[in-house]
Design a binder for this molecule. Structure first.
Ligand SMILES: [Zn+2]
Length: 197
């Protein structure tokens, strides 16, 4: 990942408990700041994580051209977990917030099924059932059954070779099933021990 922030001019605009917001023309609204904080707190409390002594630098891009100039590719944004940065076309980017809170507190699992599955499962724009690309996980489950027929084993071994339309929502379903089966405490215990599968 390449986030070269020198390729644009940034103004620090707002600071909240867990975020410092930078803008490039358009400011982040109070509603969006609250959504970011709420998501951050939701992840801390869902997984009973206590270490929250860090802030995310949130660079809000007003248009996709700036995102492309900075990341070097066509996308809606990116995150640098080591530097605690989110760069986004959206003033509220829950998927990346989930990655940050998990990573900063308990590290990555280092398997994309778990890492991306968690971010998809808890990182939807709207509350309610988790979504990927505007469709519910139940929808993706049905599509997989009918069309792709990717097994969990295949997903775990070949995540990078599977289309993101399939790999991301199926990973979220996998993580959801694990959490339902184990409960959150056991899930985190096995996550830390790298023994989820
Ligand atoms: Zn992700």
């Amino acid at each position: 990942m390449k986030i070269d922030l020198t390729k644009s001019i940034w103004n620090e605009t707002e600071e909240s408990k867990h975020f410092i917001f930078y803008s490039n023309g358009k400011n982040v609204s109070r509603i969006e700041i609250d959504k970011c904080e709420n998501k951050f707190n939701e992840i801390l409390s869902t997984f009973k994580l206590e270490n929250e002594a860090f802030k995310i630098k949130y660079y809000f891009c007003p248009n996709l051209e700036i995102v492309k100039a900075i990341t070097g590719r066509k996308s809606y944004g990116d995150a640098d977990l080591q530097k605690k940065i989110i760069l986004s076309y959206y003033a509220y980017q829950p998927h990346e917030i989930v990655h940050h809170v998990i990573y900063q507190n308990i590290g990555f699992y280092n398997n994309l099924v778990i890492d991306e599955g968690l971010a998809v499962l808890f990182g939807s724009f709207d509350d309610g059932e988790a979504q990927w690309r505007g469709k519910t996980l139940s929808y993706w489950k049905k599509i997989n059954k009918l069309k792709y027929k990717i097994t969990n084993q295949n997903l775990i071994k070949n995540f990078n070779n599977i289309d993101q339309k399939t790999s991301y929502p199926l990973s979220a379903i996998y993580v959801q099933n694990l959490i339902n089966k184990l409960g959150v405490s056991k899930f985190i215990e096995l996550y830390r021990a790298k023994k989820l599968f």
